[in-house]
Each structure stands twice: as structure tokens, then as C-alpha cells.
Design a protein around this ligand. Structure first.
Ligand SMILES: Cc1cc2nc3c(=O)[nH]c(=O)nc-3n(C[C@H](O)[C@H](O)[C@H](O)COP(=O)(O)OP(=O)(O)OC[C@H]3O[C@@H](n4cnc5c(N)ncnc54)[C@H](O)[C@@H]3O)c2cc1C
Length: 464
């Protein structure tokens, strides 16, 4: 057991004993939601997403193993919805028609060693892409917090990591092959069908099904990852300088504690020092236990947390970037994330922290802040704008309405654009005002899908 885990758990455990057995009050009272039937009345099998907040019973499922099989599958009942790893929180995937998994369209197709590009089948999971690219001396310039997503699924929602000057995944796409709803195969890049390329790179699975993607990668780099507990006031004050100084920087505000976890990655020549076991479960459950014990006495909660976290040393690991940038997140949650103009990020964060600590005392999950470079994909939340992202989370078993009531108004006030794969309340009219090329992207969508074959109710709300 690492020092961090031992100290945090030990500290909270001692406090729990001292509080006379109140520990885990909600933990023991919590119940799993009633499981959904695995089949519906018509014998159709259940699909649900990772967080368990979205589901459907598709009439047909297909997992094509070749592009030709994918073309054939496009003739299935409507709507046709491609699915990656089901890690989106929004209802992009559910369908009563055809659910198309690209699990069998996986792996490297070809690469150019000199240009450091690679063409990859669209269903490749990021976790499999890391070692496959490493074997040819390449890596993606950045990765998100987890690597369970498929490449196409990640691109479709604007999936990103963090880093000043570092783009989201779709920012490094140079070409794509798509099977259009008509069953025709289209290739696109900056010169060939550029309008399709610009519209479908962050395409929500609304422009057809991507079968292959060409990525601009970089040579393998060794990085040093450091996780440090810092004062939240200090990290908020230092954030612009920290983002500038580190290749990848982010921080997770631990509400009601006055503390944040600062995570940085920088290139290094130091010898390999493999990462330790992920501590997501233990840390989150310790924060939950603090909440359960001290929800109604925030000052005591803060003091207990600070006592439990005192003297926790930084965690350090040195390894290839693709091994360190993503994490395991076994504790299920629901999430809202907006990408706000960078100058607005710290102010919006302070307001959200204040609102949570005043009006949402049940919150115990961290609030995450990252930075993402501008790009030129028409439906990219980072379209022509460097952004600071702000994400709020709720444990999957607990209510998350506070995200919409407390956090979303602050995020919207900044002109923030919601993550396409995470919870938000916006519909077409509001989104159009946030995306200068929204109308152009819609025109491309209509031209490739005039019958609306890809459109489920959620997409109709977004793109109507
Ligand atoms: C624990 C966790 C951590 C996360 N961390 C991050 C993070 O650090 N950064 C971030 O930005 N996001 C993050 N996310 C959100 C996640 O990256 C996105 O929701 C992503 O889209 C999920 O990818 P997926 O493969 O599961 O796709 P799915 O959720 O299955 O599908 C997403 C979209 O992709 C479309 N799609 C799938 N395959 C294709 C295809 N072949 N062609 C066309 N469209 C396709 C689907 O139709 C759908 O519209 C996280 C989510 C979870 C649950």
C-alpha cells in the first residue's frame, strides 16, 4: 500500500472511529438501482453505457470485421448508431434500430516511419493503440484521462487530454475513411472533400461510420509524472504559470478540503520508475467517508481532511508517455464538462467551488481543470479557441441535478461549449450560437444523410 493511500485511509479511519460509528452511513444505506431487464418484451438485448445512465434495446446488432461487412451493415433498421466503448454520458448511442460495434475493426493498417503518421482501424481502443504505436516508434501526442475509448468514439465527441499548446485527439487527424449512410465509402482530408473532413472529425457519429483514421503522431517520449497535493487557493493563483511551465498540467479540486491534486507530465531523461497501483477507489471512498461523517459541519470536514492529508508525499513515475498519461477509473460516476475561454477558467472555477461548498454539501467527487489548444474542426469545442475545461462529477448512485442547477449556469455564462460526450442541457439553437460553423456542418450532415438514417432522438435535439 502506498504512503498516500495508507495515510488518507488511516486518517479517515481514525476519525471515523472517533465519530462513534457514524462512518459509512450513506455507504451502507446506498443501493444499486434496480437492474434493467436484459431483454425487452420482444427479446431484444439490452445495451447500456459505462455510467449506466443511458440504455436501449436495439432491433439489430452488427460487428463487422471488414469495411465490406460494414457497408452491408448500413442497410439495417434505422437509426444506425455506431458504438465505441460506450463511455459517453450523453444519449449519442442508444438506438431502437441498428447498433454497430467496431470492435472487430481494430489494429494498425500502415504507417510512415519518416513522417510519423499511422493509419489505424477506427475501432481500435486507445489502450491497444499505445503499444501498437510504440512498436513502430510512435505515440499519440496526448491522451485523455482513461484509454478505454475507441479511436473513432473518442474523436466523435472531441475527446481531449490536457496541455498548453496541445490539441485534442481530433487535432492530430490528417485523413479519414467513412462509410456513408448510403453505403458509399468516402475518403477525406484537407484537400479531398475538405468540408466532410472539417465537419466529421468531431462528428458525433452523425456523418456515417468511420472505418479508418490517419494520425499525425510523434516519436516516443519518456515523461515524468508527478502528483502533488497543494492548497486550492495556491493552484488557482498559479494555474496560468503552471500550465505554461509543464508539458501537461491539470488539477483536481477536492471540494470541502481546501486541497487539490496537481498532476504534471514533463519530458525527461531520468531512468524508468514504473507507476504504482492506481488509488482511485481508495481515495474517492475516503473522500466519500469524510462527506458521510461531516456533511453538516463543513469546517470539521475541512479540518479532518487536512489532518488526513498532511504530509502526503508526491507520487512520481517515469516511463513512456502512453503508459502514464491515462489512468484506471474503476469508480463509476456521471460527469458534466464545459470548455470555456481560457481567460474565464479560473473565475468560473472559483464560482463553482463556492456554489458547491455553499449549496451542494453532498458533493465529494473532485472538480477537474485542464487546458486544450485551439483547432479547426467545425464541431470541435476548441474551434479557433484555446480553452480551459471544467468538469464536475457525481458518484453514479447519487443525484446529479446540482450540476445543472449550480454549475451549468456559471459555465454557460462564460460562453463555454459542452463536451459532446458529457452531460449538458443544450439543444440545437443554443449550440448554433456557440459554433461559428454549425450551419455549414449541418449542411454537410444533411448532404450525406438526407433521410436522417443516423439520427436518434438525442441527435435530433442537438442537430435539428
Ligand atoms: C471514466 C471516463 C473518463 C473519461 N475521460 C475523458 C477525458 O479525459 N477526456 C475527454 O475528453 N473525455 C473523457 N471521457 C469521455 C469519453 O472520452 C467520450 O465520451 C468518448 O466519446 C467515449 O468513447 P467511446 O469509444 O466509448 O465512444 P461511445 O461513447 O461508444 O460513442 C461516442 C460517439 O462516437 C460515435 N462513434 C463510435 N464509433 C464510431 C465510428 N466508427 N464512426 C463514427 N462515429 C462513431 C458514437 O456514435 C457516439 O456518437 C471519459 C469518459 C469516462 C466514462
Amino acid at each position: 500500500m502506498s504512503t498516500r493511500r495508507r495515510v488518507l485511509l488511516g486518517g479517515v479511519g481514525a476519525l471515523a472511529l472517533g465519530a462513534g460509528g457514524l462512518a459509512g452511513r450513506r455507504w451502507y444505506l446506498s443501493r444499486e438501482a434496480e437492474p434493467l431487464p436484459t431483454t425487452d418484451a420482444g427479446g431484444r438485448v439490452l445495451w447500456s453505457n459505462w455510467a449506466g445512465n443511458e440504455h436501449s434495446y436495439p432491433a439489430r446488432r452488427a460487428a463487422p470485421a471488414s469495411e465490406a461487412e460494414l457497408v452491408a451493415a448500413m442497410a439495417g433498421p434505422r437509426p444506425i448508431r455506431p458504438v465505441g466503448s460506450g463511455h459517453s454520458f450523453t444519449a449519442l448511442v442508444p438506438t431502437e434500430g441498428t447498433l454497430l460495434s467496431l470492435d472487430r475493426l481494430s489494429g494498425l493498417v500502415s504507417h510512415d516511419a519518416a513522417a510519423k503518421t499511422a493509419t489505424v482501424r477506427a475501432g481500435t481502443k486507445l489502450s491497444a493503440l499505445g503499444p501498437a504505436l510504440a512498436a513502430i516508434g510512435q505515440e499519440m501526442p496526448n491522451l485523455p484521462d482513461i484509454n478505454k475509448q475507441t479511436l473513432a468514439g473518442g474523436l466523435a465527441t472531441g475527446t481531449h487530454g490536457t496541455g498548453k499548446g496541445v490539441k485534442a485527439l481530433h487535432g492530430e487527424v490528417t485523413a479519414m475513411r467513412l462509410v456513408l449512410p448510403s453505403g458509399k465509402v468516402a475518403e477525406c482530408n484537407r484537400d479531398t472533400r475538405p468540408e466532410l473532413f472539417h465537419a466529421a472529425r468531431v462528428g458525433l457519429g452523425a456523418f456515417g461510420v468511420i472505418s479508418e483514421v490517419t494520425l499525425q503522431n510523434q516519436p516516443l517520449t519518456r515523461v515524468k509524472k508527478v502528483v502533488t497535493l497543494v492548497d486550492t487557493d495556491q493552484v488557482l493563483a498559479d494555474w496560468p504559470a503552471l500550465a505554461e511551465r509543464h508539458r501537461n498540467a491539470e488539477f483536481l479540486v477536492l471540494p470541502f478540503t481546501g486541497k487539490s491534486a496537481l498532476i504534471t507530465h514533463d519530458t525527461t531523461d531520468e531512468p524508468v520508475r514504473p507507476r504504482g497501483a492506481d488509488q482511485d477507489v481508495e481515495t474517492l471512498m475516503a473522500l466519500k467517508q469524510l462527506r458521510d461523517l461531516f456533511e453538516f459541519t463543513p469546517e470539521l470536514r475541512r479540518r479532518a481532511a487536512q489532518a488526513a492529508m498532511a504530509d502526503i508525499p508526491p507520487e512520481v513515475a517515469v516511463d513512456d508517455g502512453w503508459k502514464l498519461l491515462s489512468n484506471e477509473r474503476p469508480v463509476r460516476f456521471k460527469e458534466m464538462e464545459y470548455h470555456v475561454p481560457i481567460a474565464e477558467q479560473v473565475g468560473a472555477l472559483k464560482e463553482i467551488i463556492a456554489r458547491i461548498e455553499r449549496d451542494a454539501k453532498g458533493v465529494f467527487f473532485p472538480i477537474e481543470a485542464r487546458i486544450i489548444a485551439a483547432d479547426d474542426a467545425w464541431l470541435s469545442p476548441f474551434y479557433q479557441r484555446e480553452c480551459g475545461s471544467i468538469a464536475v462529477h457525481a458518484w453514479y448512485r447519487e443525484d446529479h441535478q446540482w450540476m445543472f442547477d449550480l454549475a451549468e449556469p456559471v459555465l454557460r455564462e462564460t460562453g463555454g461549449r459542452p463536451h459532446w460526450g458529457k452531460l449538458h442541457s443544450l439543444s440545437g439553437q443554443e449550440l448554433r450560437a456557440l459554433y461559428p460553423m454549425f450551419g455549414e456542418a449541418l449542411a454537410v450532415q444533411r448532404s450525406v444523410d438526407p433521410q436522417g438514417a443516423m439520427m436518434n432522438p438525442f441527435l435530433l435535439k442537438l442537430l435539428a
